[in-house]
Write a protein that binds this ligand. Structure first.
Ligand SMILES: [Zn+2]
Length: 308
């Protein structure tokens, strides 16, 4: 595979900037940002007043872009937040073992899941918008961000293999190539406004206040004060879990509490139902929540692994 010559990549950077999308360089042939990560910041040069993230460095300035892309055949990153974009990233499975959770059974990839999501919402698949084919055959659907909202990137919020890139994220622009495979525009339309129903799904729900200990104790009949406090501690961890760490938070909570289920201090059904509501209240889909709890229980010795 011959690398894409630099002039083509400069054109790709300029084309994105002309659409009003601030761009920054990605490593040649790679999807990671060029330059140093925050943990290796030298605190000098462009970072003399503190580390500057790719999102902060992204620019529309043609002269800066020309200078940058003359130095190396960088791929092009679009800083979706500053570009006022919300890009729906429809991915494909990594391999044969990468299969959908029960909630999305039958789906072959992110596009299938997105179609199912639209159908469940009673909405049309919003395909009349700027679309890029990704290097592994997925799609990036570009939407204009709704006014007055700063949506952040999401993973696993909409569904299996359906992520979104907004503030805090970026996309590899059309014209870039990773591992010899290129990102190509497959529908050259103007980005449509993000449909309202998707905006709703992507707007974080305010985290519910942790339940008062007394109320939890009442619901955990027969539980000791110690085990009820432990349960509340685990629920609080789940409720404060960050995007991307939600599944893990539920899993670890189930794992930690498995010990008390084993010793008979907490009832499995009760713990399970509390973890389900905590997990779902932070936006984890029910199916994933259930799987994470089950895995945590099994790993923690509260459940026998049953034959499937
Ligand atoms: Zn830095």
């Amino acid at each position: 595979m011959t690398p894409t010559p630099a002039p083509a990549l400069l054109s790709a950077a300029l084309a994105a900037a002309e659409r009003g999308w601030p761009v920054f360089p990605l490593r040649p042939g790679d999807k990671r940002p060029a330059g140093h990560p925050e943990r290796h910041c030298p605190g000098a040069g462009r970072c003399s007043e503190g580390h500057r993230t790719p999102e902060q460095r992204a620019t529309l300035d043609g002269q800066q872009l020309a200078q940058c892309w003359q130095a190396a055949p960088y791929n092009v990153g679009i800083a979706t937040g500053p570009a006022s974009l919300v890009v729906v990233d429809l991915d494909v499975p990594k391999d044969d073992t990468d299969t959908p959770p029960t909630e999305w059974a039958g789906a072959a990839d992110g596009l299938d899941v997105f179609a199912m999501l639209c159908e469940r919402a009673g909405e049309r698949l919003p395909t009349e918008t700027y679309t890029v084919r990704t290097r592994r055959g997925g799609q990036h659907l570009y939407f204009t961000a709704p006014a007055g909202k700063q949506l952040r990137s999401t993973a696993d919020v909409l569904g299996w293999k359906v992520d979104t890139r907004a503030w805090g994220g970026y996309v590899v622009a059309a014209g870039s190539a990773v591992g010899g495979a290129s990102y190509e525009i497959i529908h050259d339309a103007s980005p449509a406004l993000l449909p309202a129903w998707l905006t709703d799904l992507l707007t974080p729900k305010p985290a519910p206040a942790p339940m008062p200990l007394a109320e939890l104790s009442a619901r955990m009949r027969n539980a000791t004060a110690y085990s009820t406090a432990a349960l509340r501690g685990e629920l609080e961890k789940v409720l404060s879990a960050r995007e991307g760490g939600r599944n893990r938070a539920v899993y670890f909570a189930a794992y930690a509490l498995a010990r008390m289920i084993r010793s008979g201090d907490l009832a499995e059904a009760a713990v399970s139902s509390e973890l389900m509501s905590a997990g779902q209240s932070i936006g984890l889909p029910a199916g994933e929540c259930r799987t994470a709890i089950r895995s945590g229980f099994v790993r923690g010795g509260a459940l026998e692994v049953s034959a499937a």
